[in-house]
Design a protein around this ligand. Structure first.
Ligand code: SAH
Length: 217
């Protein structure tokens, strides 16, 4: 018996539904996935708290509400192919794996990628492929993507992501300075990469997206 079921259900009600998350598929996925397995053993009792948590290498697993908000905004359909930048603990990738057909995820820190890969395999998520590298280049060979989610903050929208979105595809990315960002949703409207619609989803605070089209270190 999973002793974390109760805190997990409480998280769904008090942090997600109460703040306006409505998508049943997103709520079901977050109800199912054992978030406590994605943090160190010593932090498991805090895994369902209303905050981000450290996962080592100065990186963090995002606050549950932010995971839900970003996932809902991606409007995933069962057959979608999704790209995630910043695998971290692998928690967001597991949520995506529940909702889409294929998930590709890029992480720049090899030790985090290894741990996430092992955990996702243990949990039976065989539709996730994780690669180590600079995710600001995207994953051109696997493009186009129906959705791209960036879980680290960038100074501006890397153009590679718009190029690698399918027409009708959705990109969610935190944009701002090094301290605070705004969650931006960009939808690609046509073959022309300039033809995008953007929407502001609110304030947030992420670790830095470091790479060629992100922060330089
Ligand atoms: N989605 C994660 C949270 C990740 S924190 C989860 O569910 O746990 C952000 C992650 O982005 C960190 O692990 C960091 O190493 C990674 N990152 C930062 N810049 C990157 C880049 N250019 N390419 C790939 N990963 C990057």
């Amino acid at each position: 018996m999973d002793k974390f079921i109760k805190p997990r259900m409480r998280m769904i009600d008090s942090q997600l539904i109460s703040r306006g998350i409505k998508d049943e598929r997103v709520l079901k996925a977050m109800e199912k996935i054992p978030r406590h397995l994605f943090v160190d053993e010593g932090l498991q009792d805090q895994a369902y708290a209303d905050s981000p948590l450290p996962i080592g290498d100065r990186q963090t697993i995002s606050q549950p509400y932010i995971v839900a908000l970003m996932t809902e905004a991606l409007e995933l359909k069962r057959n979608d192919k999704v790209l995630e930048i910043g695998t971290g603990s692998g928690y967001q990738a597991a949520i995506l794996a529940e909702l889409a057909d294929r998930v590709l995820s890029i992480e720049r820190i090899a030790s985090l990628a290894d741990r996430a890969r092992k955990l996702l395999e243990f949990l039976g998520y065989y539709n996730v492929l994780i690669r180590v590298g600079d995710g600001t280049y995207g994953w051109r060979e696997e493009s186009p993507f129906d959705a791209i989610i960036v879980t680290a903050g960038a100074p501006e929208i890397p153009k590679t992501y718009i190029e690698q979105l399918a027409v009708g595809g959705r990109l969610i990315v935190p944009i701002g300075d090094r301290f605070t960002q705004t969650l931006v949703k960009a939808t690609r409207l046509s073959d022309n990469t300039e033809d995008i619609e953007t929407k502001d989803l609110g304030g947030c605070r992420f670790v830095h997206l470091i790479g060629e089209y992100g922060w330089k270190g």
